[in-house]
Write a protein that binds this ligand. Structure first.
Ligand code: COA
Length: 258
């Protein structure tokens, strides 16, 4: 028996649809999913028959509910920094893609899922979408660029609040604060994303490429991102992380020392 592919790829009207396909785990990101996303972005940028990509999640419940928490428990405690760097690299690749990439957020976009949406060129959402950075509940911090991109997009104060409280925000609030550009019904989301992408891919290719490069001009892979990976690594090695992750997997509330 062959296992389901973790990513579904289809091309229609010069648009590549990248659908993360682990609905039973709310499309959580493991190493294989990250690798396949990276391959899909390479395909987008090397295939002349494709002009842009739309990333979404399979099923009705989630875009991506975060990095795979199960894998966190198995990973050696000193591997946190490397883990963050791996995710950061894939997300840089999306952000710096020569061709446009839109996130069509169709449910939970939590932790690494919110960070995946953040590194796309912009975000559209269905009314049932929910955004959050709940890592603190697991005794860790965002490590795939969220500590950098979320403040850039919605301001430091709101970003701090989301990351410190771990409270989710709904699609309407995400729209209000500029985290997403438009919200529509669940049924209309993919068509809205397609129509937007069709407008974009009529534009001249080289100018689009230069536009993305120009808007991303101030992004440096060093400083903030290196610091984030270091801080993620520190939190990943902590007892708080062991308790937070174990509690999630045991479906109970974590007990952290005061
Ligand atoms: N990693 C691994 N598995 C995950 C996951 C993640 N990030 N998010 C959800 N899942 C799994 C659950 O463990 C569950 O698996 P099981 O059926 O084998 O027990 C399945 O997906 C369905 O999730 P469940 O929690 O039962 O759904 P729910 O509707 O009760 O809650 C959420 C939905 C999104 C609120 C909840 O799953 C959640 O809090 N997920 C983690 C979010 C998070 O902390 N993300 C950041 C990670 S760094």
């Amino acid at each position: 028996m062959t296992e389901n592919p973790v990513i579904l790829l289809t091309v229609e009207d010069e648009i590549l649809y990248i659908t993360i396909n682990r609905p039973q785990k709310l499309n959580a990101l493991n190493d294989e999913v990250l690798k396949e996303i990276e391959n899909a972005v390479d395909e987008l940028n090397s295939n002349d028959a494709i002009r842009g990509a739309i990333i979404t999640g399979q099923g009705e419940k989630a875009f991506v509910a975060g990095a795979d928490i199960g894998a966190f428990l198995e990973a050696p405690k000193e591997s946190g920094k490397e883990l963050a760097q791996k995710g950061q690299e894939v997300f840089f690749k999306i952000e710096q893609s020569k061709k446009p990439i839109i996130a069509a957020v169709n449910g939970y976009a939590l932790g690494g899922g919110c960070e995946l949406a953040l590194c796309c060129h912009f975000r559209l959402a269905s009314a049932n979408a929910k955004f959050g950075q709940p890592e603190i509940n697991l005794g860790i911090i965002p490590g795939y660029g969220g500590t950098q991109r979320l403040p850039q997009l919605i301001g430091k104060g709101r970003a701090m609040e989301m990351m410190m409280t771990a409270e989710n925000i709904d699609a309407a609030e995400a729209f209000r604060i500029g985290l997403v550009n438009s919200v529509c019904s669940e049924e209309a989301l993919m068509d809205m994303a397609k129509q937007k992408m069709l407008v974009i891919i009529q534009k001249p290719k080289f100018a689009l490429e230069q536009l993305i490069k120009a808007v991303n001009g101030n992004i440096s892979k060093s400083n903030g991102y290196v610091n984030e990976a270091n801080c993620f690594g520190e939190s990943f090695a902590s007892e708080e992380k062991t308790e937070g992750v174990t509690a999630f997997l045991e479906k109970r509330k974590p007990i952290f020392n005061k």
